[in-house]
Design a protein. Structure first.
Length: 108
């Protein structure tokens, strides 16, 4: 399986996982904040772009460039996913989304 600098390989349909330009920066910011962050963009089918592990929680993040829109697959995933998922358009928003979810769950 081929991988790029951002750690994104090929999805099961053989297409390279597409990521927004700020994807790698968001992963870097999350890791700098002491969080584990792994790209899941290669999964495709609307699944969130990054999974973050922090304080015993798993947080799904959809990363969008400023003004970026979700695809129909992404919208469907967000509507039907029974767990948590958040959208961030900057490294700061990504960290804040994780912290806010942790506060909501009572671990911060």
């Amino acid at each position: 399986m081929a991988a790029s600098i951002a750690g994104v390989g090929m999805n099961r349909r053989g297409h390279a996982g597409r990521v927004d330009l700020n994807h790698a920066e968001c992963v870097k910011a999350l890791r700098s904040a002491g969080m584990m962050a792994t790209s899941t963009a290669m999964l495709g089918n609307g699944f969130a772009d990054i999974i973050v592990g922090y304080r015993g929680l798993n947080i799904l993040l959809e990363i969008k460039s400023e003004g970026g829109r979700m695809t129909s697959d992404e919208r469907q995933f967000h509507l039907t996913w029974a767990g948590q998922v958040a959208v961030a358009s900057s490294p700061e928003e990504a960290v804040i989304a994780v912290v806010e979810h942790c506060k909501k769950m009572g671990v911060l």
